[in-house]
Design a protein around this ligand. Structure first.
Ligand SMILES: *Cc1c(COP(=O)(O)O)cnc(C)c1O
Length: 433
């Protein structure tokens, strides 16, 4: 495969952009090699600047549940552009998206739009602190909540729950306000609440942890988290940036039958445009300015083009409800891949949920064959994934370029696309011998 132009552009980019990228994982550091500069995308296909084509299973990291250039979204955006693309005023387009959201999510009484998932998390934590008058936030090790300072932390080395910064530039003081507990260990969560209960404003959780692999939790995990938090007067925040409108129309809250106090959204609700949102109980959201004293604002918030794209997306999702079909297709793909692994005697597991899937290489050595926390990921996984990723990339398959990121199916993927992945996975595996 010829990648001269990507190589040239990556070199050029590295001179004027940190690491050559605007978001770290795009640099392919986890899998090595040269990231492909994509010049266009349509349906399930990416085309790079050298003219190579790939079947995309990354789908812009989740937003594109209907694939690239979905015609209804495209048309809505083209019409929106003709009306001008930013007014800095109130406008009807965000109202339509807000109405769709509160209709679909009955417990979401009020919502505020921002420009990214990160921004939504940042604001929602501020609201939780203000409304409860408490300082600390509990997060789970292995859950990602964007690059908010207080969320860029890991479990400290001393007292298990005391967090320390996980990024340079995050102050220890900020990290101290976050308590980190492991996934799949409710005793630890109970303990942290027993010690710090009165100081804990909220627990924030990815209702399906999907940013360090797909870490499937046991059945009553979310119920237990909510019960423990609420028994201490703390709020429950679902970070549904990846799961919202992706795992069901009502996201993971609907699937789990839990009403979070507050939730964050992003990815799918922008249809591929920069949109984030946070919302929940009206009494909590009324803390937000100008109604309340919690300041939060944005020059480009509720951008009319992005809002129109989001509304087109949600209307189509509501009308077509593609979730059971997507889930069935993902199940078939996962089963076919696992069967292939067995046939070729190559250790490969596929953990899936709705249309998210995570391919794991190496021997999984947990009780029930399921990886529920990062620590359980086989040590061989990362290096095998890197090799398989490149073997597939050379054959025209674009998986998530990281061993710890999930891949996605969209409604644009047809059976021939998933079959192609299975077939080429066979070749990629044989090449490892
Ligand atoms: C992607 C993601 C974020 C961050 O959203 P950005 O739009 O990248 O800032 C936050 N939380 C979760 C669960 C996510 O998947």
């Amino acid at each position: 495969m010829k990648i001269e132009k990507s190589e040239y552009l990556f070199q050029k980019s590295q001179r004027i952009v940190p690491g050559g990228v605007h978001s770290p994982v795009r640099a392919f550091r986890g899998v090595g090699g040269v990231p492909r500069f994509i010049q266009s995308a349509s349906g399930v296909e990416l085309e790079d600047v050298d003219g190579n084509r790939y079947i995309d299973f990354c789908m812009s990291w989740g937003p594109l549940i209907f694939g690239h250039q979905e015609p209804e979204v495209l048309e809505a955006v083209q019409m929106a552009l003709k009306r001008g693309w930013s007014y800095g005023t109130v406008e009807p387009y965000s109202l339509e998206l807000a109405e769709l959201m509160v209709q679909i999510l009955p417990w979401l009484e009020k919502v505020r739009f921002v420009n990214s998932g990160t921004e939504a998390v940042m604001a929602v934590l501020r609201v939780a602190r203000a409304a409860t008058g408490r300082k600390k936030i509990v997060k789970f090790d292995g859950c990602y909540h964007g690059h908010v300072d207080s969320m860029l932390v890991r479990a400290g080395s001393g007292l298990a729950e005391m967090a320390s910064p996980d990024s340079a530039g995050v102050s220890a003081r900020v990290a101290e306000e976050t308590l980190v507990v492991p996934l799949n260990d409710l005793n630890q969560l109970e303990k942290v609440f027993q010690i710090h209960g009165q100081d804990i404003a909220a627990v924030i959780v990815e209702p399906i942890p999907a940013n360090n692999g797909l870490l499937l939790q046991k059945r009553n995990f979310l119920q237990d988290v909510a019960r423990i938090a609420r028994s201490h007067g703390s709020l429950v925040i679902f970070d549904e940036v990846i799961t919202g409108f992706r795992v069901a129309l009502g996201g993971m809250a609907e699937r789990a039958g839990i009403e979070p106090d507050l939730a964050t959204y992003g990815k799918v609700i922008g249809g591929g445009f920069p949109v984030g949102a946070y919302g929940g109980r009206a009494d909590l959201m009324d803390w937000v300015a100008p109604q309340g004293p919690v300041y939060q604002a944005g020059t480009l918030s509720a951008n009319p083009v992005a809002m129109t794209a989001g509304a087109a997306m949600l209307k189509k999702l509501k009308r077509e409800n593609p979730y059971s079909r997507l889930e069935k297709d993902t199940e078939q793909l996962a089963d076919a891949l696992e069967l292939l692994g067995k046939k070729l005697e190559f250790p490969m597991r596929v953990q899936r949920f709705a249309s998210l899937f995570w391919i794991i290489f190496g021997k999984v050595e947990t009780e029930d064959d399921t990886i529920r926390s990062q620590l359980e990921t086989p040590t061989a996984h990362k290096s095998i994934y890197a090799k398989i990723f490149h073997a597939l990339l050379d054959r025209g398959i674009y998986l998530a370029p990281s061993a710890y990121e999930v891949s996605f199916l969209s409604t644009a993927h047809r059976e021939c696309d998933t079959q192609k992945l299975v077939e080429l996975m066979g070749e990629a595996i044989l090449e490892q011998r």
